[in-house]
Design a protein. Structure first.
Ligand code: ADP
Length: 439
C-alpha cells in the first residue's frame, strides 16, 4: 500500500505552525516553534526506540507496536515482511525436513562435506555403514573417519567417473562402493552403497574358476604325459588310432593353454599378483617377446618391427605386463596373413605412455570392438579356428591394464588391419638408474 507522504508532512507542519501561533499569541513565537519541534523530535525518538526494541526480538509478540502516521505504516510494513519471512522459513524448513527424511530412509549412506572436506551432514545409513556419530563427528575431516589412503587419493583426485570400492572402516565385513558428486563451491555429496553381496558373489565366482582350473590341471598333465608317450610310439599303433591320438594331443594342449590363461586371469583379478611397483624395461621385454613372436610366425615370415622412443622404465608387475604385451603381439601374428607387417611402438606424449601394436592383418568389424575384452568373446568364431587362441587374451590385457591404472584402446576395420593401444598414466614412468638394466 502506498503511503501518503504529503498528508503526513502537512500534518506535522500544521502541528508546528499551531504551537508557533500559540507562542505568538503569548508573545513568544520562537518558544512556540521550539516547543513544537521538540515535541515532534521526542515523539519520533520514542517511535524509533519502540521499533528498535521490536526489531531486537520480533517473535516475542505477534502484534507489531501500534502507532500513527508514517511510523504506524513502517511498523505494519515491517510486521508483514517479518510474517512472510517466517512463512518462507517454515516452507523451507519443511522441505529440508522432507529431503532429510527421504535421505534417511535410503539404504545408501549419504554424506555431505564442505570445501575443506569437513563433514556437514550425513544420513542414518551412513551412521550405520561407516560408524559415524552425530555427537562427535560433525565438522571432522572425512579423512579422519575414513582413514584409507585409497579413499584419500580418490577424494582429492576430483575424478569421480568411476566409483571406488572399499571395506567399511567401522565394519570391515561390509564392502562399500563410494560415488562422489561435486556441487556448489567444491562441496561434495558422497554416496556409500553396500555391495557386500555382489562382492562376495564375484569373489566366489573368481575362487570357483581359480579352484576348478587348478583341480583340472593335474589330471590334464597326466593325460598329456600319456599322450606324448603314445605319440612317441605312434608308428607302432594301428593306423585308425593315429589320427585320434593326434587330435587328442591338439585338444589337450588347447585345454592346457585355457587352464593356464584361466589361472592367470583369476590371479590378476583377485589381486594375488598385485601390480608390484618394479621398474620394468619395456624395450628389453619387447625384444624378448619379438623373438617368441618370430618363432610363432615360423614360415609365415611376418615382419616384426619394434620402435622405441621412450627410454624410461615402466613401474609395474613385470609378469603381468609381459602377459599383456605378448598377448597383443601374438594376436597380431595369429590374425595377420603370411608376410604381413607388425609394428610395436613404445612412446609417450603429454597424455602418458603408450604401447601400440599395429598389424596389417584381417582387422575387426567395429561392431565387435566394445565386447572384445569380454572372456571368450570372438569377433568371428570361425576365424579363431586353428589359431590356438583361448579367447581370454584380451580379457587378460584389460585386467593387467586396470591393475596398472591404464586402459586398452582398440582401433580396427575389417580388412584394414588393427591397432591395439595400451595407455599408461605418466606417473608410472621412472627414470632409468645408471646400473639398472634388467627388465
Ligand atoms: P583369442 O584367443 O581368440 O585370440 P583374444 O581375447 O586374444 O582371444 O581375442 C579376442 C578376439 O579378438 C579374437 O578371437 C579375434 O577375433 C579378435 N582379435 C584379437 N586380436 C586381433 C588382431 N590383431 N586382429 C584381428 N582380430 C583380433
Amino acid at each position: 500500500m502506498q503511503y501518503n507522504w504529503s498528508r503526513y508532512l502537512r500534518l506535522i507542519l500544521a502541528g508546528i505552525t499551531g504551537t508557533t501561533l500559540l507562542g505568538w499569541y503569548f508573545g513568544v513565537p520562537l518558544y512556540g516553534l521550539l516547543t513544537g519541534l521538540t515535541v515532534y523530535l521526542w515523539w519520533t525518538l520514542l517511535q524509533a526506540r519502540r521499533l528498535y526494541q521490536w526489531l531486537g526480538n520480533p517473535s516475542a509478540s505477534d502484534e507489531p507496536p501500534q502507532s500513527i502516521g508514517m511510523w504506524g505504516h513502517i511498523f505494519d510494513s515491517l510486521h508483514k515482511l517479518h510474517q512472510s519471512h517466517l512463512s518462507k522459513q517454515d516452507t523451507l524448513r519443511s522441505r529440508i525436513n522432507r529431503v532429510q527424511d527421504s535421505t534417511n530412509s535410503m539404504r545408501e549412506g549419504v554424506i555431505m562435506t564442505n570445501t575443506r572436506g569437513e563433514m556437514e551432514w550425513w544420513n542414518d545409513a551412513a551412521e550405520y555403514l561407516l560408524g559415524f556419530r552425530r555427537s562427535t563427528d560433525r565438522g571432522q575431516y572425512i579423512h579422519n573417519l575414513i582413514r584409507s589412503p585409497a579413499f584419500k587419493t580418490y577424494f582429492e583426485a576430483r575424478n569421480y567417473a568411476e566409483p571406488l570400492e572399499l571395506n567399511s572402516p567401522a565394519k570391515p565385513h561390509i564392502h562399500l562402493e563410494f560415488q562422489i558428486n561435486q556441487f556448489g563451491d567444491d562441496d561434495r555429496l558422497i554416496v556409500a552403497k553396500d555391495v557386500t553381496r555382489l562382492f562376495q558373489l564375484e569373489q566366489m565366482r573368481r575362487d570357483f574358476i581359480g579352484n576348478v582350473s587348478h583341480e583340472m590341471r593335474t589330471p590334464l598333465t597326466v593325460i598329456s604325459g600319456y599322450l606324448e608317450t603314445l605319440i612317441d610310439h605312434v608308428e607302432e599303433l594301428p593306423p585308425k588310432w593315429r589320427r585320434a591320438i593326434h587330435t587328442m594331443q591338439t585338444q589337450s594342449s588347447r585345454m592346457e593353454a585355457l587352464i593356464t590363461d584361466l589361472i592367470l586371469l583369476s590371479k590378476i583379478e583377485t589381486g594375488e599378483h598385485t601390480a608390484d611397483q618394479v621398474p620394468t624395461d619395456v624395450e628389453v621385454m619387447l625384444n624378448q617377446i619379438r623373438n617368441d613372436a618370430k618363432a610363432l610366425s615360423g614360415e609365415k615370415g611376418h615382419q616384426i618391427d619394434i620402435q622405441i622412443t621412450e627410454h624410461r622404465l615402466l613401474k609395474g608387475d613385470g609378469n603381468q605386463l609381459r602377459s599383456a604385451f605378448s598377448n597383443l603381439i601374438f594376436n597380431a601374428v595369429k590374425y595377420t596373413p603370411a608376410g604381413g607387417q607388425i609394428t610395436v611402438i613404445w612412446g609417450t606424449n603429454r597424455d602418458g605412455a603408450h604401447l601400440t601394436v599395429k598389424d596389417t592383418g584381417i582387422g575387426i568389424d567395429p561392431v565387435h570392438i566394445p565386447r572384445l575384452t569380454e572372456r571368450f568373446y570372438r569377433a568371428d568364431p570361425s576365424r579363431h579356428q586353428g589359431t590356438g587362441g583361448t579367447g581370454l587374451g584380451l580379457a587378460i590385457v584389460k585386467h593387467v591394464l586396470i591393475n596398472h591404472d591404464g586402459h586398452l584402446e582398440i582401433q580396427s576395420n575389417l580388412g584394414e588391419g588393427s591397432r591395439f593401444i595400451c595407455h599408461f598414466p605418466y606417473e608410472r614412468l621412472v627414470e632409468r638408474a645408471p646400473e639398472n638394466t634388467s627388465s
